[in-house]
Design a protein around this ligand. Structure first.
Ligand SMILES: CC/C=C\C/C=C\C/C=C\C/C=C\C/C=C\C/C=C\CCC(=O)O
Ligand SMILES: [Fe+2]
Length: 665
């Protein structure tokens, strides 16, 4: 009683095709019919068929798929099924059934049509029921686990092999990821061999391992790392732009000895002028340092005071390496006027502390682990036809696998942190715990975070500028989509799946983060938009801003030493021997360079922000919103490129074409 054209689209990456047979059914409101097609599921191909169906199916609701095999199971990646219904008046009506999943095993997969969510209360509750069944299954596939107490929950998986195929790396990504690591290990072997024959006594000796692939900015770091303005610059626009604050008073931990009265006066003057800034690493105070191959490493918890010059340069004025401690003499203040090696070592200590807070707090916790909570909650709470699922899923690609790998190779017992980082051996977990305990909702939202840190309206604060622009662009995109589906606040309030998702993130995934400003429900469209903007910003722009700099700023090891092998200086007598005995040894330095390159380099299969190919939504409204998003991103791209042309040091981590659509590395 009807004629249909059916298109079956197979994914285009390796192994997407399949030799197995797939059976297809069209499911309408009144009846369903098997199509009896013989599909050739070739990678990257679309196959079209015309079929006649004798029953009256009524309006089409679902397509059902079932893969069967004789001997060999061969998973198939289905992009989507599209059906055109021939109407009486030859006009065709197109109906989309997005899939973008692996079809494995011989279970039935049921794809609701793309606009199902709008009709969930109609068609006899069939969509509703489908959504409930889907969630029931997903809740068994994606379970929460406590990897370590005091950290956000993670996905239950002992290794990446335990993860569902749909969230695993595709073959190309896996080969690239594992291949570059292997190549990096070869590099290390060669460098160690080479340095065996040479001495390791002066800072220039680090040149012996400073070869292989490195960026132009890394070479500039090599050249300029000792300069004070270069040191200051990194707090604004380096690998970790998240710590600096404008001072509102002199920090209480800053004890200025009477002989430095002049410094006190200067600090107070800068404070009054609004040009005084601070970077406080107190979170590291008292953290146990690692023991690497029997040698105790050391940690500091510095405070750096900086002033901003009229030309926008940020210059360090004083460094206190440890907080004062009752019963001990006051910690010394290191100054730019100190002997040059003394000052250099004090700055190196700050850079080492920044490495810890950057990697553990800004990078791992505030992008990777938080994004994982969004990912698991999304899989558990939002059915595939839910608009927020469709909006977020492209921004969650590969995150569960990269994080699972981090838990088994990077921050695990015996992992990279234990091997070469001074917080390793458990201290790193304490830092993560402390950072989790003070993680606020505001700190994940640049308009608030930058205001709280007093960093608005500073022309030389390029991260801040670009982050705000991106926040606005993402926010407009989110609002565009949300307003298509939520006509008023009441629709938000009465969406039980959405409310459960919010609650699951805050109360379960983030372990009771409502105390730190995270919402447990959404009362309005605006609250929903703000939260979803935060999710997308975190998974895209923020991660790119924090991740890419590893390549540039961590390749020249003295600029950001992964460990310190001697205690922080307590006097100003510093020799070159002390500096070299403190900085990482050859092996530690080599491993840092390799991992920084591995994690910071451009990802070959990267999808730029807003340019995913999957089409989960149907209809012109959504297309227009997405086009607008892409145009806004292009405009920002041009602005940043033009700005950077005039800069001595370009800032490109938040250039839209370099921002990945999700956390994949
Ligand atoms: C110099 C960089 C040193 C440490 C990097 C620290 C934190 C990075 C934070 C998040 C990165 C997330 C995931 C990366 C996961 C695994 C790759 C790392 C090492 C793999 C080593 C291996 O597989 O043998
Ligand atoms: Fe990362």
């Amino acid at each position: 009683m009807g004629r249909y054209r059916v298109r079956v689209a197979t994914g285009s990456f390796a192994f997407s095709g399949s030799n197995n047979q797939v059976r297809l059914w069209l499911v309408g409101l009144r009846a369903e019919a098997e199509l009896g097609l013989r599909l050739r599921l070739s990678r990257g191909q679309m196959e079209d068929f015309e079929v006649d169906v004798s029953e009256d199916l009524g309006p089409l609701l679902f397509v059902k798929l079932r893969k069967t095999h004789l001997l060999l199971k061969d998973a198939w990646f289905c992009n989507h099924i599209t059906v055109w219904v021939f109407q009486e008046s030859t006009e065709e009506k197109e109906i989309m059934f997005p899939c973008y999943r692996w079809v494995q095993g011989d279970g039935i997969i049921c794809l609701p049509e793309a606009t199902a969510w709008m009709m969930r209360n109609e068609v006899q509750g069939l969509f509703q029921k489908h959504g409930e069944e889907e969630l029931e299954e997903r809740r068994t596939l994606y379970r929460w686990a406590t990897w370590k107490e005091g950290l956000p929950l993670s996905v239950a998986a002992a290794s990446e092999k335990d993860l569902p195929l749909d969230v695993r790396f595709h073959e190309g990504k896996k080969i690239d990821f594992e291949g570059t690591l292997a190549a990096g290990m070869m590099d290390i072997a060669l460098k160690r061999l080479y340095t065996l024959l040479n001495s390791w006594k002066s800072l220039e000796d680090f040149d012996q391992i400073f070869w292989g692939s490195k960026s132009a900015l890394a070479k500039r770091v090599h050249q300029s790392w000792k300069e004070d303005d270069f040191f200051g610059y990194q707090f604004l626009n380096g690998v970790n732009p998240t710590l600096l604050r404008r001072s509102t008073s002199l920090p209480t931990r800053l004890v200025i000895p009477p002989e430095l009265e002049g410094l006190q006066v200067q600090l107070e003057r800068k404070l009054q002028e609004g040009c005084l800034f601070e970077a406080d690493f107190s979170l590291l105070a008292g953290v146990q340092a690692n023991v690497i191959q029997g040698e105790r490493q050391h940690l500091a918890a510095p405070l750096v005071m900086l002033k901003m010059e009229p030309d926008g340069k940020l210059l360090p004025m004083a460094i206190q390496l440890q907080p004062p401690c009752s019963g001990s003499p006051d910690p010394p203040l290191f100054l730019p006027s100190d002997p040059s090696l003394t000052w250099l070592l004090a700055k190196a200590w700050v850079r080492n502390s920044d490495f810890q807070l950057h990697e553990l707090q800004a990078h791992l916790l505030k992008t990777h682990l938080v994004a994982e909570v969004f990912a698991v909650a999304t899989m558990r709470c939002l059915p595939g036809m839910h608009p927020i699922f469709k909006l977020l899923i492209p921004h969650l690609r590969y995150t569960l696998e990269i994080n699972t790998r981090a838990r088994t190779k990077l921050i695990s017992d015996g992992g990279i942190f234990d091997q070469v980082v001074n917080t390793g051996g458990g201290g790193h977990l304490d830092v993560l715990r402390r950072a989790t305990a003070c993680l606020t909702y505001r700190s994940l939202c640049p308009p608030y975070d930058l205001a709280d840190r007093g960093l608005l309206g500073i022309p030389s604060a390029l991260y801040a500028h670009d982050a705000l622009r991106l926040w606005d662009i993402i926010s407009r995109y989110v609002q565009g989509i949300v307003h298509l589906y939520y006509s008023e606040d009441k629709v938000v309030q009465s969406d039980p799946e959405l409310q459960a998702w919010c609650q699951e993130i805050t109360e379960i995934g983030l372990c009771g983060a409502q105390e730190r400003g995270f919402p447990v429900s959404f009362q309005s469209r605006a609250e929903l938009c703000h939260f979803v903007t935060m999710c997308i910003f975190t998974c895209t722009a923020q991660h790119s801003g924090i991740n890419q700099g590893q390549l540039d700023w961590y390749a020249w090891v003295p600029n950001a030493p992964c460990t310190m092998r001697k205690p922080p200086p307590t006097t100003k007598d510093v020799t070159l021997e002390m500096v070299m005995a403190t900085l990482p040894n050859v092996h530690q330095a080599c491993l840092q360079m390799t991992i920084a390159w591995h994690l910071g380099r451009f990802q070959p299969d990267m999808v730029p922000l807003g340019h995913h190919k999957e089409e989960y939504f149907a209809g012109p409204g959504h297309k227009a919103v997405l086009n607008r998003f892409q145009e806004d991103l292009n405009t920002l791209e041009r602005e940043i490129v033009a700005r950077n042309k005039g800069l001595d040091l370009p800032y490109y981590y938040l250039q839209p074409s370099r921002i990945e659509n999700s956390i994949t590395i």
